[in-house]
Design a protein around this ligand. Structure first.
Ligand code: HEC
Length: 106
């Protein structure tokens, strides 16, 4: 009985946390593409090693790593959010473009 109660209490918490991270991740999509698969000049986040992700975000936050825009985004996130975003992007599949190289690009 007690076990059931724990499940009922834990369930909405997990879904809420998951939804929160998805909303945060969606705000990164404007520059980093859907699920972190950037199509522009910004780094691809999909499949990024989680420790690398966390270290970069902390470096943007503290100013150790110079950035054009990321210090703004990193400062708005707390440690738990950065950890969960690292987990989220680490499991996204990295999509590589299958289009041929444009002529004259070599
Ligand atoms: C306005 C565009 C923009 C948005 C929105 C944005 N980023 Fe970035 N991101 C960049 C750019 C540009 C860089 C390269 C560093 C720089 O110049 O700021 C970068 C770099 C990064 C890096 C470093 C990757 C590496 O391998 O070095 C991480 C991690 C990152 N962003 C995560 C995020 C996350 C998480 C979000 C959403 C909360 C986000 N970004 C939102 C533009 C953006």
């Amino acid at each position: 009985m007690r076990c059931l109660l724990v499940i009922f209490l834990a369930l909405p918490m997990t879904t809420w946390a998951d939804a929160h991270i998805r909303v945060l991740a969606a705000s990164c999509a404007a520059c980093h593409g859907a699920n972190g698969n950037s199509v522009g000049g910004t780094p691809v986040l999909a499949g990024l090693e989680r420790n690398h992700f966390v270290l970069q975000m902390q470096a943007f936050k503290s100013g150790v790593r110079a950035s054009t825009v990321m210090h703004h985004h990193a400062k708005g996130l707390n440690e738990a959010e950065i950890d969960q975003l690292a987990d989220f992007f680490a499991v996204q599949t990295r999509v590589t473009s299958s289009s041929p190289m444009p002529l004259g690009s070599l």
